[in-house]
Design a protein around this ligand. Structure first.
Ligand code: SRS
Ligand code: CA
Ligand code: ZN
Ligand code: ZN
Length: 171
């Protein structure tokens, strides 16, 4: 079990991710593109770069698992908790798990993978929950979010954590 060295933010601008176990609810290519889209939501707002890798020592491991799955946070069957993500750090840091007892979809029925993944990756980057129901980081699932998912508050919070990483100084 990793001794999870919890950090408040990543100390690098380029992060790798790898997808392990998939869900049977969606074609793999659909999962790949929804995960990529969820990362790009945060990339646009933070200046961070996310690169997909195919080995298990990526910064962020993305997996669909159910019930007991090897960390201290077993899932709970259908509904209830939909997913969780560890905050920035070595080893298990950033790792994101989706409860495969949920019905994952790319649309309005079931739980929309893009919406949930974008919320989880917010946690994986170091964001906490927001009390603003319009925020993507609100603690409960909402199927309807604006097209680009992030509220002004989400953008402000990710900017506070990663001041537009990689941007040029304005002189
Ligand atoms: C915001 C999500 C994408 C991620 C969060 C998990 S996390 C760690 N990443 N913040 C989540 O799963 N929240 C629960 C919160 C929740 C709502 N209820 C629950 C009943 C039992 C347990 C949890 C819940 C009431 C019934 C509805 C259950 C289905 C929807 N579940 C939720 O919205
Ligand atoms: Ca569940
Ligand atoms: Zn887990
Ligand atoms: Zn959350």
């Amino acid at each position: 079990e990793y001794s999870h060295i919890q950090a408040t933010r990543w100390n690098k601008n380029v992060l790798t991710y790898s997808i392990g176990r998939y869900t049977r609810d969606l074609p793999r290519s659909t999962v790949d593109s929804l995960v990529e889209s969820a990362f790009s939501v945060w990339a646009r707002a933070s200046g961070l770069t996310f690169i997909r890798s195919h080995n298990r020592n990526a910064d962020i491991m993305v997996e669909f698992v159910s019930n007991e799955h090897g960390d201290l946070y077993p899932f709970d069957g259908p509904r209830g908790t939909l997913a969780h993500a560890f905050g920035p750090g070595l080893g298990v840091g950033g790792d994101t798990h989706f409860d495969d007892d949920e019905h994952w979809t790319a649309g309005k029925t079931g739980y929309n993978l893009l919406v949930v993944a974008a919320h989880e990756f917010g946690h994986a980057l170091g964001l906490k929950h927001s009390r603003n129901p319009h925020s993507l980081m609100y603690p409960t699932y909402k199927s309807s979010h604006p097209v680009n998912l992030l509220s002004r508050e989400d953008v402000a919070n990710i900017n506070a954590l990663y001041r537009r990483a990689g941007s040029r100084p304005n002189f």
